[in-house]
Design a protein around this ligand. Structure first.
Ligand code: CUA
Length: 351
């Protein structure tokens, strides 16, 4: 009786988890609704492998059920020993060859697609972006345009975009489930992958390699805009001159002074400066999130500035500047929130 209760409990728990996990899918954070080339190719592989594995499962279950029923011990045959087939060459050959064929059917397209996605032979004719993974944020350098940005990656719809990926510290993995496959980001070599999005929208990106205590918070976004919007965004980002940009409000002006006094510029750049110890803040006011995953409100930013460790354990900003009081944090937040250089923002994108 006890054994049965355990089994029932386990079954109930599994059903509950299945229902719970199915609810986890967000439309712009799922490999099951592909909105880009890499994701679409991955989806084909998912279907192929699922069909093959489902087929194998079905065949095994049918054969097993047949054997269980057909060869049940019958009355009067208690001591009957059926024909022994151990070591049968025919059977051994069959169940060695069939799996090999199945593995080849899955391995060939997987290998072809992996090489295709990493093929950078025509990268010169397309947009090239250097991607750097850092504990726990992403830096993007648009090679040809000399634009530096962090966390929000803007790309045009329907165009190949080449990503040259490296890490500044440990191994991370770049993954935008709706658009691309995964690519490891290593400290010692550059990996290349191209992405192509089919629809405009804001897509969630994740770090898919355990990289430290805030690994699960190492989120970013890919913002897919029309070609015209992309050109506008590039022009606005290129033309932005931080020297000429004075905050309008008095509070933001004080915030800017505090930002400079606390030496924030040692790690953070505004404009296309090559400093990338910390995230580039040029279009901070347009960001989809604060610290990668918090809603972009001033309150959240104040909390972050006052105690980043509380929000993102293990981040490298903690302890790099004097403790801010409420007033100072408010003013710096006011300054950062008004750093908006373009009208092409995640909100302007058709979602
Ligand atoms: Cu970076 Cu996990």
């Amino acid at each position: 009786m006890k054994g049965w209760m355990g089994k029932i409990k386990a079954l109930a728990l599994m059903s509950f988890m299945a229902v719970l996990l199915t609810g986890c899918g967000k439309e712009n954070l799922t490999a099951l609704v592909p909105k880009g080339y890499g994701a679409e190719e991955s989806m084909k592989l998912i279907i192929l492998t699922t069909v093959i594995m489902g087929g194998v499962f079905l065949v095994v279950i049918v054969v097993l059920a047949y054997v269980l029923i057909r060869f049940r011990r019958k009355k009067g045959q208690e001591n009957y020993i059926p024909k022994q087939v151990e070591g049968s060459k025919t059977l051994e050959t069959i169940w060695t060859i069939i799996p090999i064929i199945l593995v080849i059917i899955m391995a060939v397209p997987t290998t072809l697609i992996s090489f295709d996605l990493a093929d950078a032979s025509d990268s010169k004719d397309h947009i090239n972006i250097d991607v750097t993974g850092n504990q726990y944020w992403w830096h993007f350098n648009y090679q040809d345009e000399d634009i530096q940005t962090s966390q929000d990656l803007y790309i045009p719809v329907g165009e190949k975009v080449y990503l040259n990926m490296i890490s500044s510290d440990v191994i991370h993995s770049f993954w935008v489930p709706s658009i691309s496959g995964k690519m490891d980001v290593n400290p010692e070599n550059t990996n290349t992958m191209y992405i192509e999005a089919y629809e405009e929208g804001v897509y969630w990106g994740k770090c898919a390699e355990l990289c430290g205590p805030s690994h699960s918070l190492m989120d970013f976004k890919v913002i897919v805009v029309s070609k015209e919007e992309y050109e506008q965004w590039v022009a606005d980002m290129k033309n932005y001159d931080p020297e000429k940009d004075e905050p309008e409000s008095a509070v933001a002006k004080e915030g800017k002074d505090l930002f400079e006094e606390n030496n924030c510029m040692a790690c953070h750049a505004i404009g296309s400066s090559p400093v990338e110890v910390g995230p580039n803040l040029t279009n901070f006011g347009n960001r989809t999130k604060i610290a990668g995953f918090k809603e972009p409100t001033k309150e959240n930013l104040v909390d972050w500035l006052k105690d980043p460790e509380e929000i993102k354990p293990g981040n490298l900003m903690t302890g790099k500047y004097p403790q801010l009081n409420d007033d100072e944090a408010e003013k710096i937040a006011e300054y950062l929130m008004q750093l908006k250089v373009t009208d092409v923002t995640p909100e302007s994108v058709n979602n």
